[in-house]
Design a protein around this ligand. Structure first.
Ligand SMILES: Nc1nc2c(ncn2[C@@H]2O[C@H](COP(=O)(O)OP(=O)(O)OP(=O)(O)O)[C@@H](O)[C@H]2O)c(=O)[nH]1
Length: 476
């Protein structure tokens, strides 16, 4: 083919493709009045050039930008002097992200004929990836657009979900009072939410990279060490159904304040089961812990002397019986009642009587070992449990009597009670009093707790009857 004609046809074809890509209306002028062609569907012969242009465009109607035609191969065939056939293979790229259509090869055949000195297109055939075509489509665009819009709405939905979850995450981590945190496996903090600044006064940058133990008091560190030691064992601390360890631990704030935090913590594992780190939340529970302490104090301790009350004594006595059974050593229960206590109340008032009770409580505690129990039953009655005496009964009786004597002598010593009253000078009240003491020995769980207390009480009344300031041992 003469090179001049070749380059003319090639230039015409390139223009055709450029106008096709921009959907330029002048494209129509390139067709012969006698045009005919087969569109992508391939089964309808189109003879109207305007119709042809309309058909070949319809699928791109919703694509505002130019299409990008990536030419793969082009072949020009000179059929005769007036007729040239151009066969081109190309990819159609739609604007935007990679599109299915752009991976399919389209084939366009244009037959140019010289008509009154002008090269016109007399026939056209386009072949596109038919397997993608839906009914009524020239290009597989509608289906693709549908698929695209499904994808887009999915992306939109996912994005929205992501935004929502991010907002939720931010809300949860940054705007709740709970401190959200993460550590690496060495317990160094890798994330901490701003709530920590509100709780303990530290900015995140002051905390990041630090060891979690720096958050806690010494007691708190011991608590956490204990929990870590037991994480593989059941039973230590509580565990939520999601596997979070739940425990309360003392934290130290920047200003030195000690506060309690309820911690939910969970290890994070890799596929091999190695610990990667820990994450969880911390919520202040200082008020709750204080309240629990108060409730415990009220439930188990005498409000005046802070000694164990009857309920706690029952518990301790039960334990002492179990220990005695295991060890084979005797123990003793001692019931004490102050002598003529009423007169102090009558003479100086109830508040002075209270001062005496406080002093008596202190003297009793000073007379026994730390592992023994001193309890107040109410009024001027106290109970002492002496555990782990001896396996020998006479020797145990001797030991218990010695302690009782020590107590008797201690309580009989004079009391100097400092009486403070608002708006008045402190006054000192000197008082003398004594106690009657009943003793009962126990070995193992041979006797019930009630019986033991009853026997010791009866012995105490014998001591009263014997003139007070006396010790009596229950028979049996
Ligand atoms: N100050 C004070 N007095 C109390 C308290 N509880 C009980 N009492 C008083 O303690 C006294 C107990 O008296 P009793 O043990 O019956 O009699 P007592 O005067 O000690 O005489 P004896 O026990 O027979 O030696 C009563 O006057 C009670 O009102 C208390 O918490 N504080």
């Amino acid at each position: 083919m003469p090179s001049e004609r070749l380059s003319t046809i090639r230039a015409l074809f390139d223009d055709y493709i450029a106008q096709y890509a921009t959907r330029d209306d002048r494209l129509i002028t390139r067709f012969s009045d006698n045009f005919s062609g087969y569109s992508g569907g391939g089964d309808v012969l189109v003879k109207d050039r305007a119709e042809w242009v309309k058909i070949t465009r319809q699928d791109f109607a919703q694509v505002p930008q130019p299409l990008r035609i990536e030419m793969l191969d082009i072949c020009l065939q000179d059929l005769c002097h007036e007729v040239v056939v151009v066969t081109a293979f190309f990819h159609i790229h739609l604007p935007g992200p990679e599109h299915v259509l752009s991976r399919e090869t389209a084939r366009l055949v244009l037959i140019f004929r010289l008509e009154q000195g002008d090269w016109k297109i007399v026939h056209s055939g386009i072949s596109i990836p038919y397997h993608l075509v839906q009914a009524g489509e020239v290009y597989p665009l509608k289906g693709l657009q549908d698929r695209n819009s499904t994808l887009e709405s999915l992306v939109e939905q996912r994005t929205k979900q992501l935004q929502d979850s991010e907002a939720l995450y931010r809300l949860l981590t940054e705007e709740t009072l709970d401190v959200v945190w993460k550590t690496d496996r060495d317990l160094r903090i890798t994330y901490i939410s701003p709530a920590d600044e509100r709780l303990r006064g530290f900015k995140a940058e002051e905390v990041l990279g630090r060891h979690v133990f720096e958050l806690f008091t010494e007691d708190g560190v011991a608590t956490v060490q204990n929990i870590l030691k037991n994480t593989t064992q059941a039973g230590e601390g509580k565990r939520s159904p999601e596997g979070f360890w739940i425990f309360s631990v003392q934290h130290r704030a920047k200003n030195g304040r000690v506060l309690w935090g309820e911690v939910l913590a969970k290890p994070q594992y890799d596929a091999q089961g190695n610990i990667l780190g820990y994450h969880g939340t911390t919520r202040e529970c200082t008020d709750r812990v204080r309240l629990e302490d108060e409730v415990r104090q009220l439930a188990f301790f005498d409000p005046l002397t802070s000694l164990p009350n009857r309920r706690l004594l029952d518990d301790r006595l039960g334990q002492s019986l179990v220990v005695s059974k295991r060890s084979g050593n005797y123990g003793a229960v001692m019931v004490l009642d102050l002598d003529n206590f009423k007169t102090l109340n009558d003479l100086h008032g109830h508040h002075v009587g209270d001062l005496l009770l406080l002093e008596v409580a202190q003297r009793l505690v000073d007379c026994v070992r730390q592992k023994d129990t001193v309890a107040r039953f109410g009024g001027d009655e106290f109970v002492v449990i002496l555990g782990e005496l001896s396996a020998d009964r006479p020797r145990s009786i001797q030991q218990a009597s010695d302690v009782a004597e020590k107590i008797r002598a201690s309580l009989v010593a004079p009391y100097l009670l400092k009486v403070s009253q608002s708006g008045q000078m402190d006054t000192l009240v000197e008082h003398h009093c004594s106690a009657s003491i009943g003793l009962a020995l126990f070995l193992g769980q041979d006797a019930s707790q009630n019986d033991l207390l009853k026997w010791a009480d009866a012995a105490m009344y014998q001591a009263k009857a014997a003139g007070r300031n006396v010790i009596r041992l229950a028979d049996g």
